[in-house]
Design a protein around this ligand. Sequence first.
Ligand code: NAD
Length: 416
Amino acid sequence: MTESGPLDNMLAQMEDAREYVDIDDGIYERLQSPERTLSVSLPVRMDDGTVEVFEAYRCQFDSARGPYKGGIRYHPTVSQEEVSALAGWMTWKTALVDLPFGGAKGGIVCNPKELSDTEIEQLTRRYTEGIRRMIGPDTDIPAPDMNTDPRTMAWIMDTYSVYQGYAVPEVVTGKPTEIGGTDGRVEATGRGVAIITEETFEYFDTDVRNADVAIQGFGNVGSVTARLLDERGANVVAVSDVTGAIYDPDGLDVDDVLDYVAGNDGRLEGYDAGSISNDDLLTLDVDALIPAAIEDVITADVAERLEADVVVEAANGPTTFDAANVLEEREIPVVPDILANAGGVIVSYLEWVQNSQQYSWELEEVHRDLEARITSAFDETLAAYEEKQIPTLRTAAYTIALERTASAHEYRGLFP
Ligand code: NAD
């Protein structure tokens, strides 16, 4: 049996929460489909002089609570369905952590590993031209996601600003600090994941010191999560990337792995440690499994064999709907993506606020604000979970997000 894709997964997650919240039918129907999606074809002149056309999207899911907000990913598997699901998850995430934003997502169908820096810059600028009529500091504010980074955000900011005729730093977040980025943004998602993992351990009476952790994905989110959990005393026993997984039951030397990857074109390949398959990593007997790569990696089959005591979803949508049901039956708790990885959008919000004020904060203030907001969302999720006797943490988180978004629609009413 093939399992359903990310959009069906997201819609089913909403449906699970519906019985615990009182939402008007018409509003619920509005919340099930994105407000708009733009599809663009991007002709790019390649280094060899030929022209290649790339497909790309920007999906704006919901804006009842404020401007659309969401990242942009460059990946061969990007599709309209995937960006719609990711835009929906952004909507629930911004509502759960109570930011004055809606949700959006964008993506370009490409394999950045096969493109030169010049080609990626051309592609980014052409994409910005393609979507510039729908983005803006008060309408829709992109940010980094898979395979995009501060460099990419700088190109988007520059292209948008050239059209406007003046610098508009607040059109994107996750920028280099030299052009209005905030200290702490690059590591914000991983920092949030580490905070939530520690809170989760505390809730389940597990001591973070010496807790065994396995992390799938060693990019921005996975590598920062590994470093910060290592600093808190956890044993990071396994990490992986597209090139494979490394494993040491006594705990990896995370600083050494980070140094190796920094000097090896961002890849774990060739690191001197025990090697296991990516599938084996997902089924290790650890205190916490942290998927931090792509969606749909924990399938029902993986869920049957999963040995971790808890799953903390750093990636967006890593657990399929069928797998979530298996984990629920097996009583393995899952801390949902919309809570666990919300650190990125929280600090994006702080960057946008600083840009709007034309003022910048100290790193400590950013860290403090992030920690306060994400732990407050964690506490609210637990309160809903316990008080309403909701079966899973994900459904508890969704009840809060759906209630807040529906309430905004209720007050705003229906135009015309
Ligand atoms: P990234 O591109 O920096 O890293 C992705 C990592 O996953 C890389 O190490 C890559 O090799 C690895 N990977 C890809 N496919 C894999 C596979 N099949 N098996 C094992 N490893 C694989 O991306 P990122 O920014 O770290 O994002 C990771 C996840 O976190 C995504 O789901 C993203 O949507 C989510 N996320 C990111 C942010 C952010 O601020 N960057 C915020 C919230 C959520």
